[in-house]
Design a protein around this ligand. Structure first.
Ligand code: DHB
Ligand code: FE
Length: 280
């Protein structure tokens, strides 16, 4: 049977992708950020997951204000990197896992989570930057990737509780899939960030740390936090963090914290990264 073995959570700041693509990874500003993923690269190379379910948000690349799905599951065989204004990133095309994705869609929709099924979608920095951070620059990404795009751009976003419960429904679906696949769920976005307005550049390290601690130990309580607290405490784009509750819900109640990394500044945000494993 398929099994979710771990989660990887990390920010998906687009400037990280640009720094990597333009050969700036070892410059003083960027080196500490990429070095913060040295452990993670080795960890995932050893783990060799078959499939990553990658929870992220589209930033008006695949979806405009014309269509705003709350949860959109990528069921296609492949997903091209989106052109976000400077041409598509020079990274491999993302190969999906249509059979598992369709199985998840069927299972969670029948469990009353109304996902949008997407059979054609370009994927933006929200998805490709975490892959770069974790896998560097291979010819092909080393595993299949199922994109799960969440609307955190246009009010109203899904609640933390909805996200946490969707994670649980995804866990149930994966565990009912007959093939022996080892699956890792990525939750991306965050941490503190506000990109515009008078509070641009807001960083709330204490709140971010409390969020990480609660995500590990007490996700059920964390899931009750209203969206306004994310926005007030972690900035308007801090709401991206609700997506980490999907990856957390997909794990067991008890997890092992394998790795944590936090760095300020990254663009004008706080970069956070947390790896959790199910107790073996
Ligand atoms: C930026 C954009 C993002 O989507 C994000 O999650 C973090 C930072 C930026 O433009 O700097
Ligand atoms: Fe983002």
């Amino acid at each position: 049977m398929a099994k979710i073995i771990a989660s990887v959570n990390c920010s998906h700041v687009p400037a990280i992708g640009a720094a990597w693509d333009n050969g700036k990874a070892q410059q003083p500003y960027w080196a500490p950020i990429f070095n913060g993923f040295d452990f993670s690269k080795k960890w995932i190379a050893d783990l060799k997951p078959d499939v990553v379910i990658l929870v992220y948000n589209d930033h008006a690349s695949a979806f405009s204000l014309e269509i705003i799905p709350t949860f959109a599951l990528g069921c296609a065989p492949e997903f091209k990197p989106a052109d976000e204004g400077w041409g598509p990133r020079p990274v491999p095309v993302v190969k999906g896992h249509p059979e598992l994705a369709c199985h998840i869609a069927q299972s969670v929709i029948l469990d009353e989570f109304d996902l949008t099924i997407v059979n054609k979608m370009d994927v933006d920095h929200g998805l490709t930057v975490p892959l770069t951070l974790m896998f560097g620059q291979p010819q092909e990404w080393p595993c299949k990737v199922i994109p799960l795009a969440v609307n955190v751009v246009q009010f109203p976003p899904p609640t933390g509780n909805r996200c946490f419960n969707l994670g649980k429904a995804i866990k149930k679906a994966v565990e009912a899939y007959p093939e022996d696949l080892r699956v890792v769920v990525f939750g991306t976005g965050g941490m503190s960030h506000q990109l515009q307005g008078t509070r641009a550049g807001l960083i709330n390290r204490e709140w971010d740390m409390r969020f990480l601690d609660s995500l590990v130990k007490n996700p059920g309580e964390l899931a009750k936090m209203p969206f306004i607290e994310y926005v007030r405490e972690a900035g308007s784009e801090g709401i991206e963090l609700v997506m980490w509750l999907i990856s957390r819900g997909a794990l067991n109640e008890k997890v092992r914290e394998v790795y944590r990394f936090y760095h300020v500044p990254c663009s004008n945000t706080a970069l956070g990264h947390l790896i959790l494993e199910n107790e073996r």
